[in-house]
Design a protein around this ligand. Sequence first.
Ligand code: GLP
Length: 281
Amino acid sequence: MVVLITENIEEGSRTAARLVGQAVNNNPALRLGLAAGNTPTGLYRNLVDLHRSERLDFSRVEIFSLDEFLGLATNSANSYHTFYHQHLLNHVNIDPTHLHLLNGQTDKDIASYCSYYEQLIRDNGGIDLQILGIGRNGHLGFNEPGSSLNSRTRISLLSASTRRGMARLFTQAHVPEWAVTMGLGTILEARVLLLLAFGKQKAAAVAKAVEGPLCASIPASSIQLHPTSILVLDHEAASSLRNQEYYRHEASQLEALLPDWLRGEKSSSVADSPSTGNCPF
Ligand code: GLP
């Protein structure tokens, strides 16, 4: 686990965008898992800027999504489908046939739909880079406390705390009670996890996820099982971590800790690229 402690949301968002940009540059057919919520909006804004100013090319990138509200039409103002389009997809050169966003209003029965989504991820060769936020109660995606560390894509009953946190977004309607989410086991199969957290209100959840015991009651602690997770925090979200000094020391050696295909300079060999099946770790 690499913990990058940045000054503020702006620096954190730029840092995360630089990493995603490097991954796309090194592997133009990157399979990228998106996350919704307030936290990654600055990351998406910076990716749009990189697309405009440095021609970051999304034309071969394949897009997956972490979670979605159940029962919301894709074009609903509050769906994550709409969120991804508003914040990123409408502003970069994504091929619409490369969009594999979870659909909260599937006409399949939901269990078959979830198995289909798992198969879709597998058929595409797995997710290379999964963006994540974290809930105040330690949730990851819509994996609420108590979710199995081995869980797969499935429906999830939202907790009162999660629904309260979302209430501001649903001014015209009630926050849905149910969502569909990648499971923790699904998330852990992505080759790299990029988890963002900003603000004091995330500090306790971040500390439990990073330095607390691995347990289903803090779903985000499951990232401790992942061989290559990168956390981008601002100093407020990092404020309850005990090992800050070490994380800052490690961050000074970041390039050496990243897999080849995430580094700043182009990978020397295309065979290093994860999409060729030759995973570097
Ligand atoms: C929702 C999403 C999560 C997200 C979390 C945090 O529950 N399903 O994927 O990480 O909210 O949201 P925010 O970034 O707005 O704090």
